[in-house]
Design a protein around this ligand. Structure first.
Ligand code: GLA
Length: 424
């Protein structure tokens, strides 16, 4: 499927340099040295130009997902304002499928989804939202339902016929062997298995966001951009402070791989779960949830809500609906921000935004006590002098500052600001 690729662009070089190659005097011809050509190619399906936003059933409902939970979630996304804030995808995770028919067609679990997926997709579309679904590159999904291996073309055609807009593709029953000692799949290289589904989705003719979920195995930040719109960088998130720290730090390492159409995925948001649902104990405070939303947005992460949006408390909805923070995530320049300083648990993270001279900055306090954190314009790549500072959680202008700024940051929390100054 070569049409799906665009080779990376040639680095811009002074013409004189290109023409200085031997033999270039009479009939000048640019000589392209292999090192001057970017080796990266990208999936070009035109989707996810900014990080995808939506909801997914797994974190809260696990295998208990059904037609009603998905309809409720879609309706709640409209009523609560989440849809207007940009959350678009309503994603069914594992357990919607139950078997394969004699001709190999995937069979929907009719107890959970009595009307099938197509009418549900139609309903979700009628609300102005999009529908996502889940499968697996191996022979079974992580919950033991039929996987996509060997059925890629058939499944992609089925999804397209149902009106599916997003596919999360997992990695269970790929690596390893069955009870008889036979490998689950004959060639378990992720580029091969995920590549097959990428090609099948392209052949289906329907634009479908492709979300790779192999938990950061085999360095997906290297091959993922050519295959998917997003790829998980880590194991499953838990609703805990420790998990938040581990995942933020791991995802931060791969910032260079992200850009419009191809994103690192540090996993779904735990905000609002408060220990309920599938994934862990719940020691997250409101401040910690605000930290999560700030860091995910600064890192241009997909914002896929895991909580039950039908029953959000007011703090949860105020976090998920913070349009100023969402705008940082969705900034059209599509740069993944990074940690720029770490000093005994007090950190500065920064993301360049589309408007010249603008940075989103997260002051992150990992320690057990409130602390003052200072940052300078220089360390976020801005020139010296005056700049204005806007607090994205207090929704307040903090006035003009010179060369740097400081704030008192709560324990296990953040202050997030947008700085408008001059490029260095
Ligand atoms: C894996 C994925 C999760 C979820 C479950 C479903 O663990 O990483 O995000 O999809 O499978 O079984």
């Amino acid at each position: 499927m070569h049409t799906m690729f665009r080779r990376g662009t040639l680095a811009v070089l002074p013409l004189a340099f290109l023409l200085s190659a031997p033999g270039a005097t009479r009939h000048p011809r640019p000589v392209i040295h292999p090192y001057l050509v970017s080796r990266t190619s990208y999936l070009e399906n035109g989707l996810a130009r900014t990080p995808p936003m939506g909801w997914n059933s797994w974190n809260n409902f696990g295998c208990a997902v059904n037609e009603a939970t998905v309809r409720d979630a879609a309706e709640a996304m409209v009523k609560s304002g989440l849809k207007d804030a940009g959350y678009t995808y309503v994603n069914i995770d594992d357990c919607w499928q139950v078997a394969r028919a004699a001709d190999g067609t995937i069979v929907v679990d009719s107890t959970r989804f009595p009307h099938g997926i197509k009418p549900l997709a139609d309903y979700v579309h009628s609300l102005g939202l999009k529908l996502g679904i889940y499968s697996d590159a191996g022979v079974k999904t992580c919950q033991g339902r039929p996987g996509g291996y060997g059925h890629e073309m058939q499944d992609a055609r089925t999804y397209a016929a149902w009106g599916v807009d997003y596919l999360k593709y997992d990695w269970c029953y790929v690596e390893g062997k069955d009870k008889e000692g036979h490998p689950w799949v004959s060639d378990p290289r992720p580029e091969v298995l995920y590549g097959r589904m990428r090609d099948a989705l392209a052949a289906s003719g329907r634009p479908i966001v492709f979300s790779l979920c192999n938990w950061g195995h085999f360095e997906p930040w290297l091959w993922g951009p050519a295959i998917g719109n997003l790829w998980r960088t880590t194991d499953d998130i838990q609703d805990t402070w420790k998990s938040l720290l581990n995942i933020a730090d791991s995802n931060n390492l791969h910032a260079a791989a992200a850009g419009p159409g191809h994103w690192n995925d540090p996993d779904m948001l735990t905000i609002g779960l408060r220990g309920k649902g599938q994934i862990g104990s719940g020691d997250m405070t409101d401040d910690a949830y605000r930290a999560e939303f700030s860091l995910w947005s600064l890192m241009a992460a997909p914002l896929i809500i895991g909580a039950d949006v039908h029953a959000m408390d007011s703090v949860t909805s105020s976090i998920l609906l913070n349009k100023e923070v969402i705008a940082v995530d969705q900034d059209p320049r599509g740069v993944q921000g990074r940690k720029v300083r770490s000093d005994a648990g007090l950190e500065v993270w920064s993301k360049p935004l589309a408007k010249p001279g603008q940075r989103a900055v997260v002051l992150f306090n990992r320690t057990a006590s409130p602390a003052k954190i200072t940052f300078t314009w220089a360390e976020v790549g801005l020139g010296q002098g005056k700049a204005t500072v806007r607090d994205l959680w207090a929704h307040t202008d903090r006035g003009t500052a010179v060369d740097g700024w400081s704030a008192e940051v709560p324990s296990h929390g953040v202050v997030m600001v947008q700085v408008a100054g001059a490029e260095r």
